[in-house]
Design a binder for this molecule. Sequence first.
Ligand SMILES: Nc1ncnc2c1ncn2[C@@H]1O[C@H](COP(=O)(O)OP(=O)(O)OP(=O)(O)O)[C@@H](O)[C@H]1O
Ligand SMILES: [Mg+2]
Length: 523
Amino acid sequence: MTTTQPETRRLVVEMRDITKKFPGVIANEDVTLEVRRGEIHALLGENGAGKSTLMSVLCGLYQPDGGSLHLALHQEELCETVLRSPRHAIQAGIGMVYQHFKLIPTFSVTENILLGAEDTPTVLDLKQSGARIAEIAERFALPVDPEARVWQLSVGEQQRVEILKQLYRGAALLILDEPTAVLTPQESDALGETMHSLAASGVSIVFISHKLDEVLAYADRVTVLRGGKTAATVDVADVTKADLARLMVGRDVLFSADKPDAELGPDALVLHGVTAMGDRSVTAVNNVSLTVRGGEILGIAGVAGNGQKELVEVMTGLRTPTAGSVTVRGADLTGKSAIDFIQGGVAHVPADRLGQGLAGNLPLTDNVILKSFRSEPISHRSFLNKKAIREMSIRLIEAFNVLPGDPDAKASGLSGGNQQKLILAREIDATDRLAVGDEPAVLVAVYPTRGLDVGAIEIVRDALLNQRAIGAAVVMVSEDLDELRTLSDRIAVLHGGEVMGVVDPASTSKDDLGLLMAGERLS
Ligand SMILES: Nc1ncnc2c1ncn2[C@@H]1O[C@H](COP(=O)(O)OP(=O)(O)OP(=O)(O)O)[C@@H](O)[C@H]1O
Ligand SMILES: [Mg+2]
């Protein structure tokens, strides 16, 4: 069998000197991106480098202020094209899969895929369309039940529906914006295989990712953006992880964190025999007992959907356990509200940061004080202290390198990663206020580095280790085993709502962690 080498395949997309400005920001400046037929092309760059903006131009959502676009998706020769709208881009063969899915939960998979498709007949012939969807799903290893309602599907399955929807509409170029940020490692591998089979059949793929290992594993070529400009386009065969990191941030990046020995303080968070129901009235957390002491990081490992979400909600007062007790700094808070937990000293970095975390229409300053506006010095006798708010905002923006760092800018104008940094800054900072005397605060951080670039990950890891150093009790939920092993003092592994074991990361291999995650207890 002969396969065409990537470099000899013809160009299907040529973005030349693309410029896109927002008020006060040049998001893209003379950016060039070339994509070949059947190529997997990764787009890499720091948070705010301009990746999502460039892809929004390519899918017709934004009109560029300068530059040109040539496409050859439906024809052999490159042809200059002005994409007037997303609909126009779809007609031109471009399919975009957003990070926040745009599916209708109560509709079936088939209905969602047919919705808005060009050739939707007035009386939907669901059976025939269903067969075609099943055929595409089969061909590209995208298993999903066409009859299922979207709300019943896992995140990974919903993403497959989004991909199927674009393929059904005839996409010859698929754009995926951080597709693996929300996936488990297993789901990411499956997506990698799907991308390969799509590419083998001639579909071109551009995917955005912050995970360098993944970029090296899945992509043929990588384009790196830095500060809105093209830093380089390289073959993955020619580069290392360190090379990519350097191209992104312009300096060397350390992939390990310096972690001194833990200095354990008193018990800060104690769960005793906790059982809790999930949203669908099945037991999600089953008889969990855990103690987290000040000065340590307890990692929570597990495949998504094994009770992490509900466990965190119990730890932060968002879900009431049906059995067992929750004690924070010696006070029994079982059955108390989330406000009681905050006042009791529990800070929370939620998984759903955009839903629970930010008010997009408000400036950064207001978002920074969302949780502290009731306390000194931010407010005094119910009057807000503007100067203190400004100082706090600027301090946090600088500490977490939120870009652009204008405290008066709206939160919705920040790039995805910078929104994450803003919430992390606010919540991690809150632990200082929540500490009372010698009593350490409790910080529950869910996927703390999701969506962050390698430089920002360093900042967040340092911040978590700093919390540990000042005696806070840190609970960190993550699916990244390397991250868990680097940062945690102990790792509790969840499976089916139960703790399969609490292990020492230094003496537990990744394989053993994997076994525990799969529900096997170590002998
Ligand atoms: N709608 C908008 N209004 C104002 N500024 C914006 C808007 N969208 C993006 N920007 C700005 O443009 C720049 C590039 O943002 P973009 O979202 O393209 O970054 P990104 O590379 O996707 O980052 P991330 O990795 O964090 O998702 C950022 O400085 C951002 O603040
Ligand atoms: Mg983005």
